[in-house]
Design a protein around this ligand. Structure first.
Ligand SMILES: [Zn+2]
Ligand SMILES: [Zn+2]
Length: 233
């Protein structure tokens, strides 16, 4: 949006164009966004009582704790796609503010002493110009007052998109995709690992294991949005 339009046009919802307060969401689009208030502490799957879900009881994830702010569907999915693929600054601002506000409202505390965003492949970073996980990490860094370790986890090879691959193919796809540069951990042993969307958790699991192999004792996952498995509504 041209800066002048902001003053000349009435404020409208950034998703449907209905009247809304200053480039936010209209009440209808906002009510479609599902905010997570209670979830499995290990995989961030929303539930009513914050209990560990059946799947995590059976096979606990590699990390120690997981949080997610929103459910990845409806208006949230559209906003995230608008940010990632159309570079909509208004969506970026709204989503980063939502994550910061959620951390404060939910009184999320963490024992982590530093933040690591999941890196984007350099080719993708060049094409897109920004990494959503890094932008989210900056918002979290200022809210939780934790430093970001920028070069501790790096991406190596070009890995094909994970979408459409089954679980085994996803895992295979990840071998060699990331490396840890231990000297850039600067001795931090409790890490908050941040990504935009938690889909299957394969990338997050892989990176958690690499961090643990490098001596990290505690990994907490924080994602902006959690995709629900097909059998959960
Ligand atoms: Zn709307
Ligand atoms: Zn779970």
């Amino acid at each position: 949006m041209h800066w002048l339009e902001k003053y000349l046009l009435p404020p409208s919802c950034q998703l449907c164009g209905a009247t809304a307060r200053d480039d936010e969401l209209c009440p209808a689009c906002a009510s479609e966004a599902r905010v997570v208030v209670s979830a499995c502490p290990l995989c961030a799957l929303p539930n009513d009582d914050s209990s560990v879900c059946a799947s995590c009881s059976l096979t606990p994830p590699a990390w120690q704790q997981a949080y997610s702010c929103l459910v990845y569907d409806g208006s949230v999915q559209t906003l995230i796609q608008n940010w990632k693929y159309q570079r909509r600054h208004s969506a970026a601002r709204l989503l980063c503010e939502t994550l910061s506000g959620w951390l404060t409202l939910q009184a999320i505390t963490t024992e982590a002493t530093a933040i690591i965003p999941i890196p984007l492949h350099p080719k993708k970073l060049r094409a897109r110009g920004f990494n959503t996980a890094y932008a989210l990490a900056r918002a979290v860094s200022s809210t939780l007052k934790l430093p970001i370790l920028e070069k501790a986890l790096v991406r190596n090879l070009f890995t094909p998109a994970q979408a459409g691959l089954d679980k085994n193919a996803r895992q295979k796809n990840l071998v060699g995709a990331f490396s840890i540069l231990p000297e850039n951990l600067h001795g931090h042993q409790r890490i908050l690992l941040i990504d935009d969307v938690y889909t299957t958790g394969a990338t997050l699991s892989h990176c958690t294991r690499l961090l643990q192999e490098a001596g990290v004792k505690q990994v907490t996952i924080l994602t902006l949005a959690r995709a629900l498995p097909p059998d959960v509504f």
